[in-house]
Design a protein around this ligand. Structure first.
Ligand code: ACO
Length: 450
């Protein structure tokens, strides 16, 4: 039988011959007429098994070509499960909806890192550890002072997280589990402090030290916004909303920044420089920078009546103009995180007042979800579509949106990094290429070139 899947060449399907394992793939190389049996495990074949497929003894062997890792598993993981077609996201088996309703960010971080929800004693010890490591070395302030007044906070965050590597040289001992765990809680504890310092620097405001009596999100908010009051009071609704946003952003399996963290970490670089690299990956507008881009897009559209014209532009641009906050490599359904955020927006707006851009966002979603262009391509709102509106209502400046993503994602990056270090299958990340450049050439001195 011959089948054809959209965009793919025809494949021949027949029953396996007697004696051939059902859990294998039979490949016939039509260049040589040779047939190979390749074992299938967990629905995958090992790319290295293809190397035996050669046209001659000195041939390098068959590789796969997969830019953007569209169909390549780079690791086996037990951390996060996503079913993009059904819109399911689970951390260590727990649905994101249940964690958002019942857990706290720090408990979720513990779950991601350790695989199990903590007991009460474990939880209290973990919260205490993170809370008492929120302070950064005073030299970090001097480092911050070197940035220009208009430096983007993501650039400052990446740089200062990398700089922590120089304060903790023992972090190089990545094979030592006790050492590793110290840097895990340090990074989770200190990233809100560095993030808030970056903001205060850009505002020309004095840095506010951590208040260890407050919750993780509460302390971050006070470091951002405290002025002359003796004790900053955080609205419980906003504190809870920020905690839920942190839970929703904590991990998302092998996305661009996590792959960055694993890739850099695979050379056994310390977790501070690896996390700084992951922050760089997150900063891009196609990844964590999208929530900032959504806000700018909504501001540019300006009013609800201009939405149809904008959607027309997107469709006619041939992919150049994108509806930011829409589409996802994995979700081909409504992003479950976007659903939770959309619901939560109402509670936040009750405290902060309604964000005027919400009407434009709702209209965009309404039109896009019924428009053939978006329906055909399975483009649905992703986590970034509504989060920016909430951040803006909470008075976070647009430049801080991606930072608000990086803070909780630190626990996901570190969980994935730990798993990678402990995984015996892992090696230094080093993809192959198909070389299409020139063959060998002789060097021509400058004075003889035309
Ligand atoms: N607006 C309009 N068209 C889009 C969009 C969009 N947001 N996203 C994808 N498309 C179109 C593409 O033009 C392409 O059309 P074509 O088949 O006619 O060429 C098709 O849908 C498939 O798009 P790809 O770029 O191949 O999809 P991919 O999986 O590589 O990209 C991505 C996913 C990068 C998220 C993309 O959807 C995008 O750019 N979205 C906007 C940015 C965004 O919101 N990013 C945040 C993602 S969530 C996160 O990282 C936390």
């Amino acid at each position: 039988m011959t089948t054809k899947t959209d965009g793919l060449p025809a494949a021949t399907i027949s029953r396996p011959e007697a004696g051939v394992s059902k859990d294998s793939l039979t490949i016939t190389d039509n260049r040589t007429g040779k047939t190979y049996q390749v074992p299938i495990q967990d629905g995958t074949i090992k790319a290295m098994d293809l190397r035996q497929i050669k046209v001659a003894a000195d041939d390098f062997g068959m590789m796969t070509y997969d830019p953007g890792f569209m169909n390549t598993a780079s690791c086996k993981s037990r951390i996060t499960f996503i079913d993009g077609d059904k819109g399911i996201l689970n951390y260590r088996g727990y649905p994101i909806e249940e964690l958002a309703e019942h857990s706290t960010y720090l408990e979720t971080a513990y779950l991601l890192l350790n695989g199990e929800l903590p007991t009460k004693t474990q939880y209290e010890a973990w919260v205490d550890k993170v809370t008492t490591h929120t302070f950064v070395h005073e030299n970090v302030k001097d480092l911050m002072a070197g940035f220009r007044y208009d430096a983007h906070p993501m650039g400052m965050l990446a740089s200062t997280v990398a700089a922590l590597s120089t304060f903790y040289p023992d972090s190089k001992k990545v094979r030592d589990a006790t050492e590793r765990s110290r840097h895990v809680y340090r990074l989770i504890a200190k990233i809100p402090t560095l993030a808030a310092f970056a903001y205060r620097h850009s505002m020309g405001l004095p840095y506010i030290y951590p208040d260890n009596e407050l919750s993780y999100p509460g302390n971050f908010v006070q470091m951002m916004f405290k002025t002359s009051e003796l004790k900053y009071k955080v609205s419980p609704v906003l504190e809870k909303a920020l905690d839920v946003l942190f839970i929703l952003h904590a991990d998302h399996e092998q996305n661009c920044s996590t792959s960055g963290m694993r890739g850099i970490g695979s050379s056994e670089a310390d977790p501070y420089v690896a996390a700084a690299g992951a922050i760089g990956a997150l900063y891009g507008p196609l990844h964590g920078g999208a929530n900032e881009a959504v806000l700018r897009m909504l501001q540019e559209i300006g009013s609800k009546d201009k939405v149809p014209a904008f959607v027309k532009d997107v469709k006619e641009s041939g992919g150049d103009v994108r509806l930011m906050g829409f589409g996802h490599r994995v979700y081909k359904n409504y992003d479950p995180r976007a659903k939770i955020i959309k619901k939560m927006a109402d509670q936040v707006f009750e405290v902060t007042g309604r964000n005027s851009l919400l009407d434009i966002a709702l209209e965009l979603e309404r039109i896009a979800l019924s428009d053939e262009y978006f329906v055909k391509r399975k483009l649905y709102p992703n986590v970034d579509f509504y989060s920016g509106l909430i951040y803006q209502a909470m008075k976070f400046p647009t430049e801080m949106f991606c930072v608000l993503f990086a803070i909780p994602r630190m626990s996901g990056w570190l969980s994935q990094w730990q798993e990678m270090i402990e995984d015996k299958d892992q090696k230094i990340a080093r993809p192959r290429q198909i070389y299409l450049g020139s063959g060998r050439r002789d060097y021509v001195p400058l004075h003889r070139r035309g």
